[in-house]
Structure formats: C-alpha cells, structure tokens
Design a protein around this ligand. Structure first.
Ligand code: ADP
Length: 150
C-alpha cells in the first residue's frame, strides 16, 4: 500500500494545499494530512480549529486521513508505515528550502519526498498571506476552502 504523509502547519489550510492534496490522490492509496505540533511556535488558529478545517474540507475523501504528530516527520512516517512524504513547490525559494529538508530526511530514514508543483494560478497562495489579509480585514475568501470561510 502506497501511503504518503503531507506534513504542515495548515494555519490555515489554503486552496494551494487543497490543489496539491487532490492531485496527489491518484498517486497514493492513502494520504495522511499531518499537523506538526511545535510548542514553541505561535499559531493563529488552535490545533482543534486546524484539525476541523482539514476534516471538514476532506470529509468526502476516503483516501484522506487527518492527524497530528510531534517530533521528526520521518519518525512519524515510520510509526505509521508511510514510505513517502508529499510536499508542494510554489517557487525557487520553496525548492531550495525543501531540497535541504528532503535530502536530510532521506539520509536519516530512506524515506522519499515527492514534490508536486502548484497548479497555475495557485502559487501565490500561502497561509502567511491569508493570515495577514485576515488580520487586516481584507477579503481572503478566494484563497481558502469553505470550512475556513465560516
Ligand atoms: P509548513 O509550516 O511546514 O511550511 P505549510 O502548511 O505552510 O507547512 O505548507 C505545507 C506544504 O504545502 C509545503 O510543502 C508548502 O510548500 C505547500 N504549499 C503551501 N501553499 C502552497 C501553494 N499555494 N501551492 C503549492 N504548495 C503549497
């Protein structure tokens, strides 16, 4: 069984994430959306809210499950017997950053990271920008799935 972990903060999930996740579905038997819990990081949305956004967005997708984890992503992958990490790439900056993480993860565990490049028109979306627009009262609806709009 081909199982992939899509790790992230999802603070909040954006249509950029949704694009990558939906396009990964034909490639894997199961995609585990895993929110990494980092006690030192400040989030806009609580863990419960972020979990609910993910669960509500993908409630009709039997191949997708949602969970949280602490510690190294590769340790979590081994724990649930996932052989792949899935990540999205928006631009060259993402590539440079992700390359180092993927190479380190592979050296540590032999777990491969697979990258999907954002669909055209999706690369400008980021959780950081969504949070900024939200804080300043702008219209963020075109960047997030329905559960985040409510
Ligand atoms: P992290 O805090 O680990 O960066 P994020 O929730 O911000 O987690 O992102 C998780 C993954 O989703 C990363 O691989 C990121 O590059 C990818 N991603 C985020 N936004 C987009 C987008 N608009 N298009 C493609 N990939 C994206």
């Amino acid at each position: 069984m081909k199982k992939a972990v899509f790790p992230g903060s999802f603070d909040p999930i954006t249509l950029g994430h949704v694009d990558i996740i939906k396009r990964a579905l034909p490639l894997f038997d199961q995609v585990v959306l895993a929110i990494g819990v980092n006690a030192d990081k400040k989030y806009m949305f609580s863990l419960e809210e972020r979990l609910a956004f993910l669960n509500d967005t993908f409630q009709d997708q039997p191949k997708i499950s949602v969970t949280t984890y602490t510690g190294l992503t590769v340790d979590f992958c081994k724990q649930i017997q996932a052989s792949y990490i899935l990540r999205g790439l928006r631009n060259a900056m993402d590539l440079e950053f992700e390359k180092a993480i993927a190479q380190t993860n592979y050296k540590m565990s032999g777990i491969e990271t697979l990258f999907l490049i954002s669909s055209s028109g999706m690369a400008h979306m980021s959780s950081t920008i969504v949070r900024d627009v939200m804080r300043n009262g702008g219209d963020y609806h075109f960047m997030v799935p329905d559960p985040v709009k409510k």
